[in-house]
Design a protein around this ligand. Structure first.
Ligand code: NAD
Ligand code: UD1
Length: 337
C-alpha cells in the first residue's frame, strides 16, 4: 500500500511519513520545498531505515502530479501541501487562493485517472471562525476571518461536492487544532523561516537565546488567567491520527470530517510555565496588546474521532514541551546546519 504525501517534507507531513513507514506503508512525497527542506525526509529515512522518496514538484501543476502517478502506483493521498501563514494570506490573498485551491482541484482531477479514490485532507480549526460555544463539534457552523482560513473552508467545500458527485470517492477532512512538539528523537521538528508567528516555536527561540522575550498577546480575555486558550496537540499524536483516518478512508466511502485535538484548553501562560518546568528554564515574557484576529478560546470536542477512528491524543503537555525543546536544542538552525 503506497501513500502519496503532498507537502510531505513539511512539519506535519514528515512526522506522518515516519508513522506510515513504521506502520508498514510505502510513502512518496511531492513537495515544492517552498517551506521545507529535503533534509527532513532524509532524517525520516535514517530514523526508520526505510525509503521515503521525495519528488520536487508543484501540486498546482497537473503535469507534476500526473508524473508522480505515472511513476508510482498510488493507493491513497494525504494532502498536506499548502501555504499556511495567516498574516501573509491577508497581504497576498491571491497567492493563497491560487496555491491552496488549485492544489486541491488538481489532485481531485488526476486521482481518478489512476483509480485512486482515497484522500485525507489537512483542514484546520480555523474554519470554526468566531464560534463562541466550546468545545467545538464538527457539526457547528463554520466561517473564517482571513484568506488562509477561507482556502481551507473552500477546499472542504470542493472535496465534499466532489465526493457527493462521485460515490467511489473516500475523503476524510481533518480539522487540526494547534500542533506542537517534535519526534522524540529530536531529529525532525518544526523549522519556521524567519521570526516565528506561532507560540511554541517562538518560546523555543526565546529559550535558545535567539529571541529576547516572548510577547504574550493580551491578558484581558475572558479566560482563567486572561490569556488566550488553545487546544495544543503533540505532532506525533496528530501524525497517528492520520494513520487512523487513512484506515477509515480505505474502508468507507463518502466524506467525513473529524477534529484532531485533545479537548483540553491551555492558556498562553500555562504553556510558558509548562515549558519552564519541563525543561528547567526561564522564559522571559511581557504582556503586549492583543494580536488582531485572535480569539479568546478554541478547543475541540474530539469524541467523533475517538468513536469512529478509534484514535485519541496520548501525549501530555509536559511531553509536548520537552520534545519541542529537544528538537530546538539539537537543531538551533533548523535543517540548515
Ligand atoms: P508546512 O509548511 O511545514 O508544510 C506544508 C508543505 O507543503 C511544505 O513542505 C511546503 O513546501 C509544501 N507546499 C506548499 N505548497 C505546495 C505546492 N503547491 N506544491 C507542493 N508542495 C507545496 O506546514 P505544516 O504545519 O506541516 O502543515 C501541513 C498542512 O496542515 C497545511 O496544509 C496547513 O495549512 C495545515 N494545517 C497546519 C496547522 C499547523 O499549525 N501547523 C494547523 C492546521 C492546519
Ligand atoms: C494560528 C493561526 C491559525 C492556524 C494555527 C495553527 C493566527 C491568527 N491563527 O492559530 O489560523 O490554524 O495557528 O497553525 O495566526 N501567542 C502569544 N505570543 C506569540 C504567539 C502567540 O501570546 O508570540 C498566543 C496567541 O495569541 C494565541 C496562542 O498564543 O492565544 C496560540 O497562538 P498561535 O500559536 O499563533 O496559534 P493560533 O493563533 O491558535
Amino acid at each position: 500500500m503506497r501513500v502519496l504525501l503532498t507537502g510531505g517534507a513539511g512539519y506535519i507531513g514528515s512526522h506522518t511519513a515516519l508513522c506510515l513507514l513504521e506502520a508498514g506503508y510505502d510513502v512518496v512525497a511531492l513537495d515544492n520545498l517552498s517551506n521545507a527542506s529535503p533534509e527532513a525526509l532524509k532524517r525520516v529515512e535514517e530514523l526508520t531505515g526505510k525509503k521515503a522518496p521525495l519528488i520536487v514538484g508543484d501540486c498546482t501543476n497537473e503535469k507534476d502530479v500526473t508524473a508522480v502517478f505515472e511513476q508510482y502506483k498510488i493507493d491513497a493521498v494525504i494532502h498536506f501541501a499548502g501555504l499556511k501563514a495567516v498574516g501573509e494570506s491577508v497581504a497576498k490573498p491571491l497567492d493563497y487562493y491560487q496555491n491552496n485551491l488549485d492544489a486541491t482541484m488538481v489532485l481531485c482531477r488526476v486521482m481518478p485517472r489512476y483509480n485512486c479514490d482515497v484522500l485525507v485532507f489537512s483542514s484546520s480549526a480555523t474554519v470554526y471562525g468566531t464560534n463562541q460555544e466550546m468545545p467545538l463539534r464538527e457539526d457547528f457552523p463554520t466561517g473564517c476571518t482571513n484568506p488562509y482560513g477561507w482556502t481551507k473552508w473552500i477546499s472542504e467545500r470542493i472535496l465534499t461536492d466532489v465526493a457527493h458527485a462521485d460515490p467511489t470517492r473516500s475523503f476524510v477532512l481533518l480539522r487540526y487544532f494547534n500542533p506542537i512538539g517534535a519526534h522524540e528523537s529530536g531529529r525532525i521538528g518544526e523549522d519556521p523561516s524567519g521570526i516565528p508567528n506561532n507560540l511554541m516555536p517562538y518560546i523555543c527561540q526565546v529559550a535558545s537565546g535567539k529571541l529576547q522575550q516572548l510577547g504574550v498577546f493580551g491578558n484581558d480575555y475572558p479566560t482563567r488567567d486572561g490569556t488566550g486558550e488553545r487546544d495544543y496537540i503533540h505532532v506525533m499524536d496528530l501524525a497517528e491520527g492520520h494513520l487512523a483516518a487513512l484506515k477509515y478512508a480505505l474502508e468507507n466511502k463518502g466524506v467525513e470530517i473529524f477534529n484532531l485535538g485533545t479537548g483540553v484548553p491551555y492558556s498562553v501562560l500555562d504553556i510558558v510555565h509548562a515549558f519552564e518546568k519541563a525543561n528547567d528554564l526561564t522564559i522571559p515574557y511581557r504582556i503586549t496588546p492583543r494580536r488582531p484576529g485572535d480569539i479568546a478560546t478554541c478547543y475541540a470536542d474530539p469524541k467523533r474521532a475517538t468513536e469512529m477512528l478509534h484514535w485519541s491524543a496520548k501525549r501530555d503537555l509536559n511531553t509536548m514541551c520537552r520534545d519541542a525543546w529537544n528538537w530546538q536544542k539539537q537543531n538551533p538552525k533548523g535543517y540548515n546546519e
